[in-house]
Design a protein around this ligand. Structure first.
Ligand SMILES: Cc1cc2nc3c(=O)[nH]c(=O)nc-3n(C[C@H](O)[C@H](O)[C@H](O)COP(=O)(O)OP(=O)(O)OC[C@H]3O[C@@H](n4cnc5c(N)ncnc54)[C@H](O)[C@@H]3O)c2cc1C
Length: 337
């Protein structure tokens, strides 16, 4: 491994300044569970690591602050703390479940929420350093190669899937992300933070150079019932083959507002607005859930080896809806591909 300098900033502003001073050769680091592996595998080569954990307590970056109007979660909060927080678990279950489903207990103890949202793709070809679009090349090897785990929506020209479990949950909850950079700060909706490869194939989000994801705010939603269901290709501790984040605001058993976002199927958390519209104003029944499942996969363009994802998503959406509405079975059972 190459020698690296470590910088311990004293404030968020100081961290931004140190990133800027690095002139493109400095990287922000949270828990390091992704970035250090990337460096070891020669997939990233910063000279300076700006350790955000050094300033966790300052700027409220490691705080979880539930309030009547919103929940604020600092970017440095670990996935383990987020998933175990009683108020997050009771009021925003989808977020607690998503955070608690990611990776392994050891990784969740160090992995930060911001790092989870900003982690790089886990496409086999990218991680093996193939000269793909993400590495500045001019092709996506998964398109015709081993594409079992790649995108069925929004893929071209790169068919990665977004790896974060927390991301679909936050998009379903209409969260907002606060980004702090050299030009000051800005707030972007979670759904607008992630970008498709057709917009810029080299990156997965709208973070500008030297910008830091400081915290996440989730609006309160009366009558919210939510859950995260994830299908794995083995028993535990890996990325989603497919997942769904569901957030339903219910009023007298009718859906007032629905957030329906898929994971493991696209280069971004994949919001299915058509399903959200279908559910609005209606009570969840077997037939409505079946229709929602079918609509969730409308327009899917599977690759030769990942066609199985289409029925998997359809059934996961149907079962999770029924389960959340209180009339169905546990959506996580009997769904392995
Ligand atoms: C075996 C294994 C299984 C895994 N399974 C899953 C899974 O099932 N689900 C899942 O979601 N993830 C999974 N992961 C990924 C894991 O969750 C991430 O490695 C972790 O969440 C990253 O958080 P971190 O704080 O360690 O990030 P780091 O490694 O510190 O950083 C990751 C990236 O984010 C950037 N970054 C970090 N913090 C900030 C910030 N505040 N602002 C801007 N940029 C920032 C870094 O520069 C870097 O590019 C798995 C990883 C492994 C090794």
């Amino acid at each position: 491994m190459r020698p690296l300098a470590n910088a311990n900033p004293e404030s968020l502003a100081d961290a931004v300044e140190r990133l800027e001073r690095g002139g493109g050769r400095a990287a922000a680091i949270g828990g390091g569970s992704d970035l250090l592996g990337m460096i070891k595998d020669d997939l990233a080569s910063p000279d300076v690591l700006v350790s955000l954990r050094a300033l966790a307590a300052s700027d409220g970056l490691d705080a979880i602050v539930p309030g009547p109007a919103e929940l604020r979660v600092g970017g440095l909060v670990t996935l383990a703390r987020l998933s175990a927080h009683p108020e997050v678990a009771s009021r925003y279950r989808v977020l607690a479940e998503a955070a608690g489903s990611a990776a392994t207990p050891q990784i969740r103890n160090v992995a930060t929420l911001a790092g989870n949202l900003c982690q790089r793709p886990w496409c086999w070809y990218f991680r093996q350093n193939f000269p793909c679009y993400k590495h500045g090349g001019n092709r996506c090897f998964s398109r015709t190669g081993e594409n079992q785990f790649n995108a069925i929506f929004g893929g071209a020209p790169s068919y990665i899937v977004h790896p974060s479990d927390a991301a679909p949950a936050l998009v379903a909850l209409d969260a907002r992300f606060r980004l702090v950079g050299p030009g000051g700060e800005r707030v972007v909706p979670a759904g607008a933070f992630f970008t498709l490869p057709r917009v810029d194939v080299t990156r997965e989000n709208v973070l500008e150079p030297n910008e830091i994801l400081a915290d996440v705010t989730v609006p309160a939603a009366p009558g919210l019932r939510s859950t995260y269901a994830k299908v794995l290709d083995r028993e535990a501790w890996t990325h989603a083959v497919v997942s769904v984040a569901l957030a339903l605001q219910l009023e007298d058993d009718r859906v007032r507002r629905a957030g329906v976002v898929l994971g493991g199927v696209a280069p971004v958390p994949w919001r299915v607005a058509a399903v959200e519209d279908l559910l609005a104003g209606r009570a969840v029944t077997e037939s409505l859930a079946a229709e929602a499942g079918r609509l969730a996969v409308d327009g899917a363009r599977p690759l030769p080896k990942n066609r199985y994802k289409v029925p998997l998503v359809e059934n996961l959406v149907r079962r999770t809806l029924l389960s959340l509405a209180g009339s169905g079975q546990d959506p996580r059972q009997e769904l392995a591909p």
